[in-house]
Write a protein that binds this ligand. Structure first.
Ligand code: ATR
Length: 287
């Protein structure tokens, strides 16, 4: 039996064990995916444990890789032997693969978001204008995914404007053909920008725990605009509900979770999981 897992603090709420174990069981692969509660104080020790000859074993089983979630996605970089270009650019890892005694870090969030946009909403970013709300790790993953997929223009908009400059700088250098702009999160600015965009992405934590945006001018969006919310608890966030009521297209947050997990699964096992199996496990858990 080989061991996979997820490290986070907290970690008990994570849906990854449910998704990954459903896929592993279905394909009869000899792996078990476990949640590991690792606090910031114990992060270095966890990586040391996995790397050391003694630590790569969990009982009689070997830890061959794991997901990384909040609050370790950025700090984990310093413990890795190799980092994929995406993870390097995003400054965050969500997947670690052990190759011999070396640990390699990846970030499957951006690819997961892109695949979800394509498969769940039939949306292809090439040539499109996209507005992202937020400037945290989730916003950086979305920015990478749509910039690398050839978006024409990306506008980043955050409550605290001072944070966006630092976020967009490396992306502007890397994606010179994409126009990457920033605007303040005000009703006036959004009213001016909304009529021009093809996709609106909420990459903030607004929508979690019953919170909602006040006064987003959704009626200024053109018919056919896609509204995507990365928040997946509840499945139907206030933003998605309002967008659907206004006749706009909607893209749910669980899509990114599903497809980032599928890509992590492929990195660890070398096999593609059955999407329908993971999706059912995920939606059953969310409901
Ligand atoms: P993650 O890594 O999941 O993206 P994060 O780095 O904590 O999480 O970022 C959370 C994002 O949600 C930030 O862009 C934050 O805005 P600030 O930079 O101004 O803090 C945004 N956010 C959180 N609560 C918000 C609110 N009530 N209104 C608008 N934006 C909010």
């Amino acid at each position: 039996m080989k061991i996979l897992g997820i490290i986070g603090d907290p970690v008990s709420h994570s849906l990854s064990p449910i998704m990954q174990n459903a896929a592993l069981r279905k394909m009869k692969l000899p792996y078990l995916y476990l949640p590991f509660h690792v606090t910031p104080k114990n992060l270095a020790a966890f990586f040391q444990m996995v790397k050391s000859r003694r630590g790569v074993r969990w009982g009689a089983s070997e830890i061959i890789g794991f997901n990384v979630t909040v609050p370790h996605k950025e700090k984990a970089l310093r413990y890795l032997d190799r980092i994929s270009p995406e993870a390097q650019a995003m400054g965050a890892v969500n997947t670690v693969v052990r190759k011999g005694n070396r640990l390699v870090g990846y970030n499957t969030d951006a690819q997961g978001f892109l695949r979800s946009l394509k498969e769940l909403a039939r949306f292809h970013p090439r040539g499109k204008k996209i507005l992202i709300l937020g400037a945290g790790g989730a916003a950086r993953a979305v920015l990478w995914s749509v910039a690398s997929a050839g978006a024409k223009e990306i506008i980043l908009c955050n409550r605290t404007p001072s944070k966006v400059g630092k976020v967009v700088r490396p992306f502007r250098r890397r994606f010179r053909r994409v126009l990457i702009q920033t605007v303040p999160l005000t009703h006036r600015m959004l009213s001016a920008v909304f009529p021009k965009i093809d996709l609106l992405v909420n990459a903030t934590s607004v929508g979690l725990k019953g919170t909602r945006f006040r006064g987003l001018p959704l009626s200024k969006l053109r018919k056919g605009t896609l509204v995507s919310d990365l928040v997946y608890r509840p499945i139907q966030t206030p933003l998605l509900k309002e967008a659907a009521q206004k006749g706009l297209l909607v893209h749910p947050g669980w899509g990114m979770l599903l497809f980032q997990g599928a890509e992590s699964f492929r990195l660890w096992t070398g096999r593609k999981p059955e999407i329908a199996v993971i999706k059912k496990a995920l939606l059953d858990a969310l409901r």
